[in-house]
Write a protein that binds this ligand. Structure first.
Ligand SMILES: C[S@@+](CC[C@H](N)C(=O)[O-])C[C@H]1O[C@@H](n2cnc3c(N)ncnc32)[C@H](O)[C@@H]1O
Length: 277
């Protein structure tokens, strides 16, 4: 009996779990050691305490390009072009790095810019050319800058648009307070539900990224529904935690898809983009 035949014979006996234990232990230990290594490095090198930033893995970026291509019905090569466009926008990158270095809360922010799934938001804005984007939850304003950047490029091509960004924290949005990005940003401070209720222009693209409780996410989608322009697109940053947008899509007769991002070299498992259209 050779080794393979012996292994197969043991696999059919009650001894199988005991025989498999060392291999299982080695696998999980290798995985956990990698997470521990990455976590320890992050504790020393990063300053972020929430809303973590990172790059996507190469594979995750490929999947994001296809996700946007399917949702927006645009060729995947064109979507890849938009991902390259935001990633190679040196003016935006330098602005964010400078504004971060000069911010009062710089002790809780990383020096280098990592957009993660926000490059997907950029590509969706480039593909759909919305006149009015609404983003709930601004934090430092990284996503607002990305959205504003896409709107500025659209405007250069004859399709102007603005983003209304809503946050309850009066200190939010400092990254998006400089020109040219601020030229297309309307920052509104207050609870997002009240601010959505006060919107006086139809919304073409809505992004939930504020209070990520299930109840609040649902309240936002319910509140924005009567404000939407025909054919509006709804996005959620909360798709790895709740099914709220999928349920909203089903109730309102829309399609739904979810993309789950994979951070490169980060302990955080990542968020995603949920879309209803
Ligand atoms: C995850 S951060 C937003 C991240 C941002 N979109 C980005 O791209 O980096 C969540 C933000 O939601 C805000 N927030 C929490 N509850 C809110 C509410 N009820 N109304 C408006 N904003 C709220 C917080 O102040 C925080 O800045």
């Amino acid at each position: 009996m050779d080794a393979t035949q012996l292994r197969r014979a043991i696999a059919r006996t009650p001894l199988a779990p005991v025989a498999a234990f060392p291999k299982r232990l080695a696998r999980v230990a290798r995985h956990d050691a990698k997470v521990l290594r990455i976590s320890a490095r992050w504790l020393v090198t990063s300053r972020e305490h929430h809303n973590y930033t990172y790059e996507l893995t190469k594979l995750s970026r490929h999947h994001l390009a296809w996700f946007v291509s399917v949702v927006c019905d645009r060729p995947v090569q064109q979507v890849r072009g938009w991902l390259d466009e935001i990633e190679s926008d040196q003016a935006l990158r330098q602005h964010i790095e400078r504004a971060t270095a000069g911010a009062a809360r710089r002790g809780l922010a990383d020096k280098h810019v990592h957009y993660a799934r926000r490059v997907g938001w950029y590509a969706i804005v480039r593909a759909t050319r919305p006149a009015h984007v609404v983003e709930t939850g601004v934090d430092k304003g990284l996503g607002t800058c990305v959205l504003a950047s896409a709107l500025l490029r659209n405007a250069q091509e004859g399709h102007p648009g603005r983003v209304t960004s809503l946050d309850i924290n009066p200190e939010a949005g400092y990254l998006a307070a400089s020109e040219p990005w601020s030229e297309v940003v309307d920052l509104v401070i207050g609870d997002s539900i009240a601010s959505i209720g006060a919107l006086d222009r139809p919304v073409d693209l809505f992004l939930h990224d504020s209070d990520h409780s299930r109840a609040h996410e649902k309240r936002e989608f319910d509140a924005v529904e009567p404000k939407l322009a025909p054919g509006a697109i709804l996005l959620t940053d909360n798709v790895t935690s709740t099914n709220v947008l999928a349920e909203h899509a089903e109730r309102t007769g829309r399609r739904f898809l979810a993309y789950r991002e994979s951070p490169a070299n980060h302990w955080y498992p990542g968020d995603g983009i949920g879309v209803a259209w």
